[in-house]
Design a protein around this ligand. Structure first.
Ligand code: PEP
Ligand code: MG
Length: 562
């Protein structure tokens, strides 16, 4: 994508949090002024040790800032701020600064070179580590600001509710945001899983990421941000903009009060399920209008475990989730999806050249079959103990033979067997997959990553890591059609299921269940309950026929609002 070079009047990006907001642009440049850096020069330190002591003092001040912000924040925001404080104090980074000083660099260039070195390491590692590049660059700016005697850069507090625009936002920028004052977020970089997106979701404010040219907008320009279709337009008619904001607010309030069940206007039921990671999450999800769990990410129970829990111990952990559901509800347990962006000490091997394409998910059991056997035993124990209907699926399945072997093992425990469709090969062979499994569940996060060859965490590839990409939709449609032919269920459990407009198109393709973060269930259910199956099928056709994600969103929106 070629970014515009002059102040634009209309921009497009990847929508990540729906809603419409209008207000003046507030730009975050967040850079330390070059004049202050020039004035500081080499700092006049008596030697490398004295310069390093000044670095230590600046780092301590930055870590204290993060610590104070973390104390005021809650949930994921507090966690990322605490992590940033730790990263600022990182010994490896300090060691690199000391080495650069000893080699004769003055302090600011020594810090710059050390951060560069770590940015390059993190970028090469990819996944979650690459996401931390923004944090590192933020830490560098803050440390340098302290050294040269400027205030730490950050989000200014506007006098009126404003649309925040930045190249990218670090957790320290987004953590203290007040949704009364910052009414929308727009960034040039960042994907659907970036910090910006996570915080915007938490604050419930419209957010569009991957917007090329956003920082060319002049501060104060009156903008309207549409977080559903990903547009940012200069407001020419303030009254019309105010009406659209009010309409969107009302629509969101109506969606939030929906209580189910999800049935299209002509009576076709759609199963809505929750994605959960542990017992407390399952108990929370139970309060939403869901028919169970469509994705229990078991690996998230073991992120901090150094040793593999026994089958009995696993059974107890899984029972906490299964026990929250019963009756006609069911729980789909996913076997360990360790590796790549989710390293688990007892399961994954470090140092892979290309971990996203390496030994992750089901592949871990090829060299260690006991890992799978013990997990299936644990799941069976939990299913028996709770009496909850339990389905089991494997992640990262590439071939029908893998699916067949896995299904055999699951069925030997008397449980229903399925696999995830996350690799294009699985989608293309969905009809043959159905000869060996009871159900398929499409993981659109990874399916998009592997179809578009774009790291799902890459902050500059949001336009590619978009499930509305026509190639991704084609693979979903192939999988859904295979389910229709086989008369077996096809679910979607990636982020795509949480997008109310896309949900309609997915159902129109033949998808039978949608599993998502519990808080996304009501808006999706309310949208589905307002449309007929004919409209869903038309939405599927329109999305599949569109040339790009923006055109697909427009076409589906036009159909759903007709
Ligand atoms: C997916 O890939 O869409 C999925 C649901 O799995 P995860 O996000 O846990 O990789
Ligand atoms: Mg996945």
């Amino acid at each position: 994508m070629i970014p515009p070079t002059t102040a634009p009047t209309s921009l497009r990006g990847t929508p990540v949090v729906p809603g419409v907001a209008a207000g003046p642009a507030l730009l975050v440049h967040g850079e330390v002024s070059p004049e202050a850096i020039e004035r500081f020069g080499d700092g006049g330190f008596a030697g490398p040790d004295v310069a390093l002591a000044a670095y230590d003092a600046a780092v301590q001040a930055v870590a204290d800032t993060f610590g104070r912000k973390a104390e005021k924040a809650t949930g994921p925001a507090a966690e990322v701020l605490t992590a940033s404080a730790g990263l600022a104090r990182d010994k490896g980074l300090r060691g690199a600064v000391a080495k650069n000083l000893a080699a004769g660099l003055s302090l600011v260039p020594a810090v710059d070179a050390a951060v560069e070195q770590f940015v390059s390491i993190f970028t090469t590692m990819g996944g979650l580590m690459a996401e931390r590049v923004t944090d590192l660059e933020d830490i560098e700016r803050r440390v340098v600001a302290h050294l040269v005697g400027e205030p730490e850069p950050g989000v200014p507090t506007p006098g009126v509710p404003s649309v925040l625009i930045a190249s990218d936002l670090a957790p320290s920028d987004t953590s203290g945001l007040d949704p009364e004052v910052i009414i929308a977020l727009v960034t040039e970089r960042g994907g659907a899983t970036s910090h910006t997106a996570i915080i915007a979701r938490q604050l419930g404010i419209p957010c569009v990421v991957g917007v090329a040219g956003a920082t060319l907008v002049e501060s104060g320009t009156l903008l309207m941000v549409d977080g559903e279709i990903g547009s940012i337009d200069v407001v020419t008619d303030p009254e019309e903009a105010a009406a659209r904001v009010a309409e969107s607010r009302e629509a969101r309030a109506a969606l939030a009060s929906w209580t189910g069940p999800a049935v299209t206007t002509d009576g076709t039921p759609v199963k809505l399920l929750a994605n959960v990671a542990d017992g407390p999450g399952a108990i929370q999800a139970k309060d939403e209008p869901v028919q169970g769990v469509g994705l229990f990410r078991t690996e998230l129970c073991f992120l901090n475990a150094t040793d593999e829990p026994s089958a009995q111990e696993q059974g107890e952990i899984y029972s906490q989730v299964l026990g929250a559901f019963g009756g006609d509800q069911h729980v789909v347990v996913r076997t360990l999806d360790a590796g790549s962006d989710k390293p688990i000490a007892f399961a994954t091997t470090a140092g892979e050249e290309n971990p996203a394409l390496g030994v992750r998910g089901l592949r871990l059991s090829f060299g260690n079959p006991g890992l799978m056997d013990r997990q299936l035993e644990g799941i069976k124990l939990a299913a028996d103990r709770t009496g909850t209907e339990t389905w089991v699926m494997a992640p990262m399945v590439a071939t029908v033979a893998e699916a067949s072997e896995f299904a055999g093992k699951v069925r030997a425990h008397g449980l229903k067997a399925g696999v995830m469709v996350e690799i294009p090969s699985a989608a293309l062979l969905a009809h043959r997959m159905f000869e060996v499994v009871d159900f398929l569940s499409i993981g659109t996060n990874d399916l998009t990553q592997y179809t578009m060859a774009a790291d799902r965490m890459a902050t500059d590839l949001a336009h590619l890591t978009d499930p509305w990409q026509p190639a991704v939709l084609q693979l979903i449609a192939i999988t859904a059609e295979a389910g229709v032919q086989a008369r077996k269920p096809v679910g979607v459990c990636g982020e795509a299921a949480a997008d109310p407009m896309l949900a309609c198109a997915l159902v129109g393709m033949g998808v039978t269940s949608l599993s998502m973060a519990a808080r996304a269930v009501r808006p999706v259910g309310a949208q589905l309950s307002r449309v007929s199956m004919d409209t869903c099928e038309a939405a599927a056709e329109a999305a599949l026929g569109a040339s790009d994600p923006a055109a697909a969103r427009e076409a589906v929106r036009a159909l759903l609002t007709a």
